[in-house]
Ligand binder design. Structure first.
Ligand SMILES: [Zn+2]
Length: 83
């Protein structure tokens, strides 16, 4: 059985490799507060953050990560859950 872990999505500005500010997303694990970041704000960027969370979150092991809500808007429609 998989443990489901809710994550919080935030649209933000990140600094890229050459010091420019670019749009990005930050996803935060609601259990341990681990954060992953990805450039861009489309579905692929969110999916990348969730994939990184599966690799890096200290809770991990067989956990299922899904966006529960956004930091700014509250409710989230769940479109970006793991496949
Ligand atoms: Zn975690």
């Amino acid at each position: 059985m998989f443990l489901k872990i809710d994550c919080i999505l935030k649209n933000t500005t990140l600094t890229n490799e050459i010091g420019r500010e670019v749009d990005g997303v930050v996803v935060t694990c609601s259990r341990c507060g681990h954060k992953t970041r990805s450039y861009g704000q489309g579905p692929n960027s969110v999916k990348r953050c969730l994939a990184l969370m599966r690799e890096k979150c200290p809770d991990k092991l067989d956990a299922f990560y899904a966006i529960k809500r956004t930091e700014d808007d509250g409710e989230y429609d769940g479109e970006y859950g793991n496949d």
